[in-house]
Design a protein around this ligand. Sequence first.
Ligand SMILES: Cc1ncc(COP(=O)(O)O)c(C=O)c1O
Length: 373
Amino acid sequence: MQKGFTGRGTMIKHIRKSFAQSKECHHGGRFREAEASLGCEPLDFSANINPLGWPPIQEVLLSEMQKLGHYPDNKYLELRKAAASFVGVEPDNIVPGNGSSEVIRLFVETTLVKEDTAIIPFPTFGEYENQSRLFGAATRKTMLGPFGQVNLDDSVLEDAKALFLCNPNNPTGCLLPKNQIEELARRCERHETFLLVDEAFIELSDPDQSVARQAPEMQFLVVMRSLTKSFGVPGLRLGFGVTNGALADVMNRARIPWSISSIASAAGVELLKHHEHLEKARSLIRTELAWLTDQLERLGLKPAKSSVNFILMDIEPAGLSSGELARRMMDKGILIRDCRSFGLGEHYIRVAVRNRDENEQLVAALQSILCIE
Ligand SMILES: Cc1ncc(COP(=O)(O)O)c(C=O)c1O
């Protein structure tokens, strides 16, 4: 059988080197793949989204479907207004994105060129490193402190072009208080180092710790939010960045035209009205986080203290590797996140916090694999 082109010719030499050398970035939430192999829907603890799912937005979706014959408004005025009032800034400070992933990409494309250095905490979400490397930047890792603190010397900040910070952090679940981030942001201003604060999960934790409102007043700060996580709609693809007007203007011009569908944009305007949905979710998460953490400890595992809707845990006491445990859980129809791709070695997994019934199923499956009565 004739094979397609495999990439061994000369073409590869002619494309952007950093792209040719890129590696796949691993993520959780491979629901469809698992569904195809299991022949039924898995219970997904590998992606961390609002355990209540999404608020009622069907009417908006259906009405917007009648308008598919038109392009979306490429300025996304309604969406930017809704996002601005949600976080308490002006629409000119908002950069909408096709998922907050697009905001990471735009931030990197806007700020980093070949041989710049980006500082990336360890461990954290893989896309900061992935995207920085795609654009040729060197990445420098910095170990997070035991409470998630970022300890950086002035000389390191001075040499870097950008610093990424995930608050609360994925996968550790640590939430840094607002005053620590503000202090870091002020240091970044002094050193003219761009700071991206990824607040994808903050609505499911403690939104009072957000620094989004400070971003318009600073030159080098970009804060981002993900509607995916907050409103339980990963399939919709919607997020936004918050920054000063000048930088927002540049990022909005650099964005691929119409990158957000009209359906996602209209749904976003509606979703952002549902504050009560977020309050309910936070209350559920608080209760379930405490319950699940306790249950995991009773199984002899070592869950890290988390402030959000997921738990990182050390499973070494179970005597199984993370890959093996993930495989066995998958056989039971449950997806968990094997954390090897975070660089954490063989003994860490991360699980989402879901509702009580689902959390009980998780605990029961773990119990039967670990043979605990
Ligand atoms: C910390 C963090 N930031 C951003 C994202 C991107 O999410 P989305 O593009 O769906 O908004 C994710 C997805 O897993 C994440 O974990």
